[in-house]
Design a protein around this ligand. Structure first.
Ligand code: SF4
Length: 114
């Protein structure tokens, strides 16, 4: 599988293969982060998720993000949870808005003070 490493602007083109015994081989990287990225993308791809959550009594929504990356397969569930949520002010940066969002084990946190 070919992919581009997104860990820095250099954008190395990776070739990631998995052998029948499960061994993963990464080539094309120019630093250890690229190898780790290629391996992770094949075995358990993850992404940070950002979005907006409704604020009670206000038109302006609260920007939020997952504290760490979540499995790609859970992104839709995280976005749905964001859409369903409404928060009360005041909110500080880093406040947990939804703990264990979509049962990912990752908290959804505020990225702004309101
Ligand atoms: S492999 Fe290393 S140098 Fe290449 S894009 Fe990824 S992080 Fe950057």
């Amino acid at each position: 599988m070919k992919m581009i490493c997104i860990n820095c602007p250099k954008g190395c083109e990776l070739d990631v293969e998995q052998a029948a015994d499960g061994t993963v081989t990464v080539t094309g990287h120019t630093c250890p982060r690229g190898e780790a990225y290629g391996r992770s993308e094949l075995v358990n791809p993850t992404r940070m998720v950002t979005g907006l959550v409704r604020v009670a009594g206000m038109r302006k929504p609260l920007p939020v993000k997952t504290r760490t990356a979540v499995p790609k397969g859970k992104i839709d569930a995280v976005l749905f949870a964001m859409h369903q949520a409404t928060v009360q002010l005041p909110i500080r940066i880093g406040d947990v808005i939804i703990p264990n969002v979509a049962e990912t084990g990752v908290d959804l946190v505020a990225t702004a003070n309101m």
